[in-house]
Design a protein around this ligand. Structure first.
Ligand code: WTA
Length: 656
């Protein structure tokens, strides 16, 4: 982003106050109340979290120490015993919520299902018993590779119930990506479906599973549990593959929740970094339960009558924290939708809102921009008057999209919470509290109570107000990742030793650039590392490059992000070919398809640019900054003196 635009953004004059009638009924009712809560939490974070843990969650046994902080390793609620599936289900069954809708599901072809808390509990217990029968024990890892159907949430809760660690792999990932993740976690069981519906067509999941597991390529996976969704013809491997509906028959719906230690692993979720393979982010039980519970309650201001809808996929952290665990822990009604915005059904989101009377709606800027482009007559043709609160997540939202969301979807009377967070943070970190904090279009506003964030320079020292820098978190928080699976050193290096202030404190480096304006509002600008954000999906440039060079025609590849009107960023790959190869449109197509096969459709490069050589420094580092400018069609500015061979740049400019 150019300096001009940053300055104009920081000059933003528009300030939207929470509507008075919203604030009156909200959990946090005013800026003063937020400020008091924030100050109290900052003064004594442990007392703050302990009080909430005690008030909001059910424990089998109380903890004896709130926080054990051996930087960068944290333990929260030490020796406490808890089960998140119990907090999401059982405790609601003794209240009026027993027959309240827990999960409303809308399928892409228009089928639907509603599960009350009692019904969801029943299904979760049954799946938990089936998983046990298949030999899974406490601490074992279970892969979940599912479409957006209730069984995806049921599988997660069933694992949590018996203390198995789930590792959800987004259903859009390829067989290769699934294979790598299952092997890294040494999963014992995989829960999947025959297929799922994606944009009008049935896509196979089980076929990908068969490829991932072929020739015993994941030796630890002994069983595969298959949910029937699309009724596609699939292969069932005798002895390994089992239909869920067969095993569910006659299995007991009684399965007591296993008392878990607060710090027992709840799940692993893989996410992209700037180097190497995707990282297995580890979240544990007690702290994550509390953090997702509190953030959901206060940020989405959940009341008993709300119908809450988060449009993410359960394969991402947003789905984990804000479709499944946070809302259910609060006893809310959470909606799950299998479909996605597409040209053939441009009103699909608005139909769902109208059909179910959705009150709180949480989506991504890329979806908002897609709808903006389709035109406002689609939402205007639906009754969206049930909405009272809107949220966004996944990437910075441009003020224009924010205003459209506010006016067209929110009818200018719904607060917008722009929520900044990451897979690693477990829950939302910077956001407005909708009844309390006035919003500015494009700013995530202020930190959640208990969270201390700042913008620092390369030495880890705070920057003066309004100049940009790196976004950091300064104190441990209950929802924070505990480590990287099997790689504590990489965890330490990547997140906690990247920036070290002079006072020796440990600060968490998020990988994002940010500004803080004169009101203390945060403006998150995007990644400062080699991570690209395509339509809200995080991809490492290295991952895509490795996929490209695994093709026999490719000698070298460098991948950068290019600004895209809808997706935020699009992947541009600069590729040099082996001597025997000639550039062609066919080859470009083939390479794009190759990346899809290696990673999944979300990583498909928008553009492949063949080149004779890549611009490198004398020490052989690819100069991505130059490539980014070239990809964006901008003049290459700044220092190019370290470039080894200037002719390479001239050729690239010439479109070679
Ligand atoms: C980006 C998704 C600006 C950011 C929850 C972060 C955002 C990455 C916002 C994490 C936001 C997420 N404003 N940027 N409101 N929310 N991001 O792990 O770059 O898939 O580091 O978690 O998304 O992506 P992840």
């Amino acid at each position: 982003m150019s300096q001009d635009t940053i300055e104009s953004i920081l000059q933003e004059k528009r300030l939207f106050q929470p509507p008075a009638e919203f604030s009156q009924k909200a959990h946090i009712k005013s800026l003063e109340e937020y400020q008091a809560l924030y100050d109290k939490a900052k003064a004594d974070p442990e007392a703050f979290w302990a009080k909430l843990a005690d008030r909001e969650l059910d424990w089998f046994q109380k903890w004896d120490t709130v926080l054990d902080w051996q930087p960068p390793f944290a333990k929260w609620f030490v020796n406490g015993k808890i089960n998140i599936s119990y907090n999401c289900l059982d405790r609601h069954l003794t209240t009026w919520r027993k027959n309240k809708a827990a999960l409303i599901w809308e399928g892409e072809p228009g089928d639907s299902r509603t599960l009350t808390y009692a019904q969801l509990h029943r299904e979760v217990c049954q799946m938990a018993n089936v998983i046990k029968q298949l030999g899974v024990q406490k601490g074992d890892r279970v892969g979940i590779y599912m479409p957006m159907i209730p069984e995806a949430a049921i599988a997660m809760l069933a694992c949590a119930r018996i203390g198995a660690v789930h590792s959800v792999v987004f259903g859009g990932f390829s067989a290769e990506a699934l294979h790598d993740r299952l092997n890294d976690g040494k999963a014992k069981l995989l829960i999947t479906a025959d297929g799922g519906f994606r944009k009008d067509t049935a896509v196979g999941l089980k076929t990908q599973v068969d490829k991932a597991l072929a020739n015993n390529a994941v030796p630890t996976v002994a069983n595969v549990l298959v949910v029937e969704r699309t009724k596609q013809k699939i292969h069932m491997e005798p002895g390994r593959d089992h239909w869920w509906h067969d095993l569910q028959k006659g299995v007991s719906a009684n399965c007591p929740a296993e008392p878990m230690d607060s710090e027992d692993m709840l799940f692993i979720l893989y996410t992209s970094g700037s180097t190497g393979k995707p990282k297995g982010v580890v979240h544990t039980t007690g702290g994550y339960n509390l953090y997702t519970h509190m953030t959901t309650k206060w940020i989405f201001d959940l009341q008993d009558t709300d119908v809450y809808w988060c449009t993410a996929d359960v394969g991402w952290i947003t789905g984990h924290s804000y479709i499944v665990y946070g809302p259910l822990s609060n006893g809310a009604t959470t909606l799950m939708y299998e479909g996605a915005p597409r040209n053939s059904n441009p009103g699909c989101f608005w139909d769902v809102i109208e059909k179910y009377g959705v009150t709180v709606f949480y989506t991504a800027p890329t979806a908002i921009r897609t709808f903006m482009k389709m035109g406002e007559h689609f939402p205007k043709a639906r009754d969206l008057s049930s909405l009272r609160l809107l949220g966004t997540v996944g990437e910075p939202i441009n003020p224009e999209a924010w205003m459209w969301y506010y006016r067209i979807i929110g009818n200018s009377n719904c607060p917008i919470v722009d929520t900044w967070w990451q897979t690693e943070t477990g829950g939302i970190m910077i956001t407005a509290l909708p009844g309390a904090i006035p919003t500015k279009p494009g700013s995530a506003t202020l930190p959640f109570p208990g969270i201390v964030v700042d913008v620092v320079d390369q030495d880890g020292e705070p920057v003066t107000n309004e100049s940009g820098g790196y976004l950091v978190v300064k104190h441990p928080w209950p929802g924070m990742m505990r480590t990287l699976y099997n790689d504590p050193e990489r965890f330490r290096r990547t997140y906690w030793e990247y920036l070290r202030p002079k006072n020796g404190e440990f600060v968490y480096f998020a990988g994002d650039g940010a500004h803080k304006d004169k009101d203390g509002y945060f403006w998150v600008m995007g990644r400062v590392d080699d991570v690209i954000n395509v339509a809200g999906h995080r991809l490492g440039t290295m991952e895509v490059e490795s996929a490209l060079v695994s093709h026999p025609a490719v000698a070298e590849a460098a991948v950068v992000g290019k600004p895209d009107e809808i997706k935020g960023e699009e992947i541009v790959a600069f590729v040099t070919l082996e001597n025997t190869q000639q550039p062609s449109d066919e080859l470009a197509k083939e390479l794009k398809q190759h990346v899809v096969k290696e990673i999944g459709a979300i990583a498909r490069p928008g553009e492949i640019r063949f080149t004779e050589a890549l611009p490198k420094t004398r020490s052989g580092k690819i100069m991505r900054r130059l490539l980014r400018s070239l990809a964006a069609g901008q003049e290459v500015t700044g220092d190019t003196s370290t470039l080894e061979d200037r002719a390479v740049l001239d050729k690239l400019r010439g479109g070679a």
